[in-house]
Design a protein around this ligand. Structure first.
Ligand code: NAP
Length: 343
């Protein structure tokens, strides 16, 4: 049996150029209570960029294989593991029992094999492709917990999704539509806006051309302290930075702002007057649970739900694809296929 494998490896923090494609990275060895998964698909998240850069307060053991999301087949089963067979189709809960994240504290999915705890495995029906499954855990799981789990959106709501072309963004658009909301996608280009319309958004705003609070005033009505008829019921903001204040100014009286990230900055200019005057609810949401991933698999299996996939690339193209993510050139999820032709 080969003792090495192909993998994308981070050995020191810096730019995405620090990621190296390696042919002879050590293949993980199975341990009691664990399973080796043959990785058929992984996916990129903005979190991988934070991992490469380094995050305050989080120590990443080096070297590390990034890639939070993993779908594949069971390759080897460790001692003491029951109910799991070699060849089973699975998706991996990225958090282990100690709340360590795959692809951050533990070697992740940008490799041909991954070592996971048996308890992290979630069975995958044949109706869900490996690429679809790899799109789910972090981006769709987080959006599911935020929107469905917290019962934040109900039928008929007017919902604005910022960063709508991203992984969490596209997931938020699809899930809010599934719940019967009218959804506006805020995006950085008309090309992305047209793509979001094709995935079901009712309208889009290009926030490089018009501030979202102005667009809201002109299209949904300026929020009023006396009426709940104008402004958005719910705004999904995983961007932060200079989108925060316009978000406060676009939410209706008693409306909700959902926050699960801050791609553009975590300490934006605040304006508390909007929070009290319009009785806004700011609802944080962090991560996903196993139940979110299972619910999403059921949505695909039984209700024709389809995650938005931007592209499928091989392992040696993963770093280039992460550059595209950083340059904001992606709509949906980039899937990495470690056994693809080119890797
Ligand atoms: N708390 C949690 O558990 C959790 C889980 C998942 C993700 N997150 C966070 O949620 C955010 C989105 O993650 P993701 O994986 O969905 O990211 P992604 O796929 O890269 O999407 C991010 C989107 O945000 C938009 N954007 C706006 N301002 C940006 C900026 N300054 N830099 C880069 N993109 C910007 C981009 O679209 P336009 O160019 O169209 O604006 C981009 O498509 C990240 O901050 C991530 O860390 C948090």
């Amino acid at each position: 049996m080969p003792t090495t494998m192909r993998a994308v490896v981070l050995r020191e923090h810096g730019t995405i150029d620090r990621l190296t494609y390696e042919e002879n990275y050590p293949k993980p060895q199975v341990e009691p209570g664990t399973v080796i998964v043959k990785v058929e698909a992984s996916s990129l998240n903005y979190h991988d960029i934070f991992t490469v850069r380094g995050m305050p307060g989080i120590t990443i053991p080096m070297p590390v294989v990034p890639g939070l999301d993993i779908a594949g087949t069971v390759h080897e089963v460790g001692e003491g593991v029951t109910g799991i067979e070699v060849g089973d189709r699975v998706v991996v809960n990225p958090l282990d029992s100690g709340f360590n994240l795959m692809g951050e504290v533990r070697d992740g999915g940008l490799a041909q094999y991954a070592l996971v705890e048996a308890s992290q495995l979630i069975p995958l029906p044949d109706s869900v492709s490996f690429a679809e499954a790899a799109a789910l855990p972090v981006a769709y799981g987080t959006a599911h917990r935020m929107i469905v789990g917290k019962k934040a959106v109900t039928e008929g709501d007017k919902v604005l999704v910022l960063g709508a072309s991203g992984g969490v963004g596209t997931a938020s658009v699809l899930l809010a539509k599934q719940l019967g909301a009218t959804v506006v996608a805020a995006v950085g280009s008309h090309e992305k806006g047209r793509a979001l319309l094709s995935y079901g958004a009712d309208d889009y705003v290009n926030y490089r051309e018009v501030a979202i609070d102005r667009w809201t005033r002109e299209n949904v009505g300026k929020p009023s302290r006396n009426s709940t008829e104008t402004g958005f019921d719910v705004i999904v903001n995983n961007t932060g930075g200079d989108t925060w204040r316009p978000t406060l100014k676009s939410t209706k009286l008693g409306g909700t702002i959902l926050v699960c990230g801050a791609t553009a900055g975590f300490d934006p200019i605040e304006d508390l007057r909007y929070i009290w005057s319009f009785e806004l609810k700011v609802q944080g949401s962090n991560g996903f649970g196993r139940e979110d991933i299972e619910a999403l698999i059921t949505l695909i299996d039984e209700h024709g739900f389809r995650p938005v996939i931007d592209s499928v690339v091989s392992l040696d193209e993963a770093a280039d694809a992460l550059w595209r993510l950083e340059r904001r050139e992606v709509t949906g999820k980039v899937i990495i296929a470690p056994w693809g032709d080119k890797s």
